[in-house]
Design a protein around this ligand. Sequence first.
Ligand SMILES: *Cc1c(COP(=O)(O)O)cnc(C)c1O
Length: 382
Amino acid sequence: MAEKNFSTNCIHGYNKKYDTTGAISVPIFQSATFAHPAVGESTGYDYSRLQNPTREHLEKTVANLEGGIDSLAFSTGMAAITTLMALFSPGNHIIASDDLYGGSHRLFHHVSMKNGILFDFVDTSDAKATELLIRPTTRAIFIETPTNPMMQVTDIKLISTITKTRGLLLVVDNTFLTPYYQKPLSLGADIVMHSGTKFLGGHNDTLAGFLVTNNQTILEKLQFLTKTIGAGLAPMDSWLIIRGIKTLPIRMDRQQETAMVIANWLKAHPSISTIHYIGLPDHISYDVTKKQCSGFGSMISFEVDTEETAIRLLDRIALIQYAESLGGVESLMTYPMTQTHSDVPIEVREKKGINSRLLRLSVGLEDVWDLINDLEYALRKD
Ligand SMILES: *Cc1c(COP(=O)(O)O)cnc(C)c1O
């Protein structure tokens, strides 16, 4: 059969038939364990912590979309990163983006460091500064691109030339763009990480996480850690993410189209002082984005003139909801300082621009003018 395109693979990315009824939808195998046909034999499934057919279908689909040899599905994005961190030993050093998802920052500072992993945090969009931090004990570079919430973009290929010559692992958190707009493995990354809770699931109804790789040795280590740690995704939740992924391209295209209109509208608004959207040609990394991504996504951060404006806006939005998370059909507004990044020390936050005037908008699938009307009312001074 001819190679299929991305949209088709979202729906038919893995064609194994698990039953004989002709069911179009993959069955939810709500079974903790599987009977063995005979001593020393297995159906291929033994116990759902190790593998479950519904989870397997999801893992193969995500691996196909990212161009990996396989993937592992976890109960949350944080469970994926926690399992990833078990690859490393005390004394190992990791270089990570200095503008990370707040949960990753918390995990690295409060759990991984306690377990003896050493870190340096740097703006990885500066490849020279990143390379200078490599020590003999460095094992990996962990990047998020674009970053949350400041939308810094790292040139994945450039960093991968460093990791390849120095024998380091390159891990990329691809949550914001998904493989529909960015394929880190094809740009030289070794492991792609996802919060599947966001665009992949897409409906603000299920938590999930992924690790994807194109390296057999890494895959086997991650499979061993997954069965040992036990944070794999449940069958029902696997099915919900399988269903979400079927509409990934069509959702992301529309959400991006709406985000572009909103970004330009916000940019022209007198109460907005700065806007961070990677789709705007005046974004500092527009050229890198155009080179390595096929789209811009629908995440916008912006700074308003005063803290009062920020708080009034959060009070007055009605269609857009004031909630953590992103990537779903419902538009959500986040106040990073008090929500996603509340555990980041204030000096670090302020230095990055995560202050009391910064807001983050995840543009959903509502009508663009309904969203703009909601923002227009919330930004009025009366
Ligand atoms: C949400 C998020 C995570 C964590 O994922 P959960 O599913 O919430 O555990 C990690 N990285 C990024 C960029 C995220 O947005």
